[in-house]
Design a binder for this molecule. Structure first.
Ligand code: MG
Length: 372
């Protein structure tokens, strides 16, 4: 067992900048644990169940955005614990990391972004996630939104990229120019480990990945393949694939732990992490190289495959048609969205509504209004 090498860089819950609306403390859960629970009990979190990760239909075993989120949370928590970081903060951030995703995965995000450019704006799932937890979720009688701690909101804004001063006035409160706590820095890399491994696994089931191609393209895949041949000569390809994927996750997560220890150098505490000119969380060069090879392979054989291109094309036109129909008929939107339109332009309201949909609801609405 590794000693928790970075316990001195842990972000302690006592140092939190707190919530927008002050609340009494809870008897047995600290503020980050409560944030985790608020995310789990939100409607946006439940809707992840019917949002595409990569493959939308065809097997009951494909990941969806909810099961992907749980895998990210598992990897992020394991690495945070091994390093001695704050597991509660890490878990809250991992569970929230994809709640701003629209239906139909990256196709949906690209479509909404494209449509919003017509109005001189764009769509960003991190910004959308912040709007969800600040405005759209309203389960509590005492305050609007989920009233999450500063660090969880900051992590939602910054988990995938740093924020430069002046980059986006909406984010000025979130310490632009400073790194987020190390716990938030882990999320993006845990996400990458989870989806690269899962996409290989799901694409194998979908018939897009073949052992012969993968072992030529990814050195680490070949090493693990050869190990399984020696250790489990009678194993089926399905089991062998699972052993390889399992080995890849282990290799990459270990690479994240070791790389982050190296990246931390002589840093003395969580404030030094914030002020450091670059991110501390990183993979070892070997794990980073394996990640690069996996991404390259997945791009060619999976993301740009005919099968996925067709699936994307099938929904592409529907986004535009549904968006335009809702622009012309705002009365089709629920009351809560119409209220929001008093302060914001209609295209923003329609974008928020469509982005919040599950795949199933999107399809149903398209059928109801006769689009696509
Ligand atoms: Mg993700």
């Amino acid at each position: 067992m590794l000693a928790p090498a970075l316990a001195h860089l842990r972000f302690p819950v006592e140092r939190s900048r707190g919530r927008r609306y002050p609340e009494l403390s809870h008897t047995y859960r600290n503020d980050f644990q409560r944030d985790r629970d608020r995310v789990i009990h939100s409607r946006a979190f439940r809707r992840l169940e019917d949002k595409t990760q990569v493959f939308s239909r065809g097997s009951d075993h494909f990941r969806n955005r909810l099961t992907h989120t749980i895998e990210v949370s598992q990897i992020a928590r394991s690495t945070a614990r091994a390093l001695g970081l704050n597991e509660d903060l890490t878990e809250a951030l991992a569970l929230a990391h994809d709640i701003g995703h629209p239906p139909f995965a990256h196709a949906g995000e690209a479509e909404l972004n494209h449509i919003m450019q017509r109005y001189g704006e764009g769509f960003d799932h991190n910004l959308h996630a912040l709007r969800i937890v600040e405005s759209f979720e309203n389960p509590y009688a005492r305050f609007p939104g989920l009233n999450l701690t500063f660090e969880v909101r900051e992590g939602i804004v910054k988990h995938s990229h740093d924020l430069a001063p002046g980059e986006n006035p909406q984010f000025d409160a979130y310490l632009p120019g400073m790194r987020p706590p190390l716990e938030a820095q882990l999320i993006d890399l845990a996400d990458e480990i989870a989806y690269n491994a899962a996409d290989l696994d799901d694409a194998f089931d979908a018939g897009l990945v073949r052992m012969e191609d993968a072992l030529e393209a990814v050195d680490k895949f070949r090493d693990l393949y050869e190990e399984t041949e020696i250790q489990f000569p009678g194993a089926t390809d399905r089991v062998r694939m699972h052993e390889i994927v399992r080995g890849l996750i282990n290799f990459l997560a270990s690479g994240l732990i070791e790389g982050t220890i190296a990246g931390a150098g002589e840093l003395t505490g969580p404030e030094a992490v914030r002020e450091h000119p670059e991110r501390v969380a990183r993979m070892t060069p070997e794990a980073a190289e394996a990640t690069l090879q996996m991404k390259r392979y997945l791009r060619i054989h999976v993301y740009e495959s005919e099968q996925l291109k067709k699936a994307r094309a099938a929904v592409g036109g529907q986004f535009e048609a549904l968006f335009d129909a809702l622009m012309q008929h705002p009365e089709w939107l629920p009351e809560a969205y119409l209220e929001q339109a008093q302060d914001e332009p209609r295209h923003r309201m329609v974008c928020d509504y469509v982005a919040g949909m599950t795949d199933g609801f999107f399809r149903k609405m398209c059928a109801e209004v006769g689009v696509g």
